[in-house]
Write a protein that binds this ligand. Sequence first.
Ligand code: PLP
Length: 393
Amino acid sequence: MTEAARDIRATAARTVYLDHGATSWPKPQPVVQAVREAVEFYGGNPGRGAYELALATARLIHDARRTCAALLGVRDPSDLAFVSGATEALNIALKGLLAPGDRVVACSMEHNAVVRPLNVLAAQGVDVVWVDADSTGLMDADEVEAAVRRAPTRAVVCQHASNVTGTIQPVGDLADVAHASGAWMIVDGAQAAGHLDIDVAALGADVYAVSGHKGLLGPQGVGLLCLSEACEPRDLVQGGTGGGASELPTQPTARPDRYEAGTPNTPGIAGAGAAAAFVAEHGHAQHGLERELVARLHEGVLALPGFRVLGSPPREPRVPVLSVVHERVDADQLAFLLDKRYGIAARAGLHCAPAAHRTLGTLATGALRFGIGWGNTAEHVDLAVQALAEAAG
Ligand code: PLP
C-alpha cells in the first residue's frame, strides 16, 4: 500500500460519513469486488474483438445493463445507456431534444446539471420558462400545467428528488401534464435512484437520468441514461461503437450504441451492475432505515435552539438528505467544526443548486447538508445532533 493510501485509510476509518447526497461511501463489498475484478481480469475491449477476453467483457456489460434496467423498471435494456453520470445524461437529453425556437418548462429547484445546460440553450434561442416551487421546495403540478398550456412546449424537466431539501417531486403528475401537451418529460433522478423504488416506465419519464455513485452505491464516473421507446435525443458525441457498425460513416442510431461512443468505462459499469443487484436485494430494508434515520436527525435538530431545517416537516416523504441553517453560526463554520472535532463529513454551501437555495431564501447563507445512506446508524445521527448543539453553543 502506498503512503498516501495508508493516510487516507486512517482518515476514512475515523470519518463519520454523512455526505451520501454528494456520493455514497463506503461502497458495499460486492461493488468493490466487481470493480476490482473488472480491472484485474476483464482485459478485453467489449465489442472490439472476438477473442474470449473481449467477449467476456461484453457479456459483463450486457449483464450489468440488464440488472440496472430491471432495478429501474426499464422494460428493454437497450433503452438504458451507460454514460459518465447524471450530468452527461441530462446534457444529452436537453441538448439532444431541444433546438432554438423550442420552449421548455423547468422547475426552480433544479441542480446546475440542469440549470447550466438550459442557460446554454437559452443563449442559443430556446425559451426556458422557470416555475417556482413552494417554500418547502415542492412543485405544484397545476402551476406547471398552466405554464405548459401557455404556449407550445417541447419538454418539461424536473428533478425526482431535491439534493437540498430531499423533497420528492410529483414527477408522475408532471409526466401526465407534459404528455397531454405532446411534450417530453425529462426527470433528473440523481437523488432518487437507490433511495426510492423507481419504475421509469410507470412514472412516464421519457428521459430518466441516474447518477451511479449516489444512492445506487456504484463507483464514481458512471451514470445511466434511460429513454422511453419514442424518445430519441440527438447524440452529442460520435465515435467508435465496435460491433458490426464500423463501416457506417455516421453514428449508428441503434440503442444503446448511439449514446455510448468510445471505449466504455468497464470497471464503473461492472460496479454499477453489482450495485444495482445489491440495491435490488437490500433496498427495501435500507429505505425503511433511511426514513427512520432522517426523521431522527430532523427531530433532533429541531429540538436544538437556533436551528431550522429546509423543506417539509419531519416524517413527510423525502429522500434522506437534510439541510440545516443556524440563525447565527454559518454553515461553513458548522461543517468545519463537525469535521475537525467529531470527524463528521457533511457538506456546507449551495450544493451546486443555487436555484434551489434562491427558491428557499437561503442563497446568501447556504446551508449545512447531511446525506444519509448505506452504512449509517442511529449512533451517527445522534453524534451529528450532539455535534451541532456543541458547535453552535
Ligand atoms: N442532479 C442532482 C439533483 C444532483 O444532486 C447531482 C449531483 O449532485 C446531479 C444532478 C449530478 O450528478 P453527477 O455528479 O453524478 O453527474
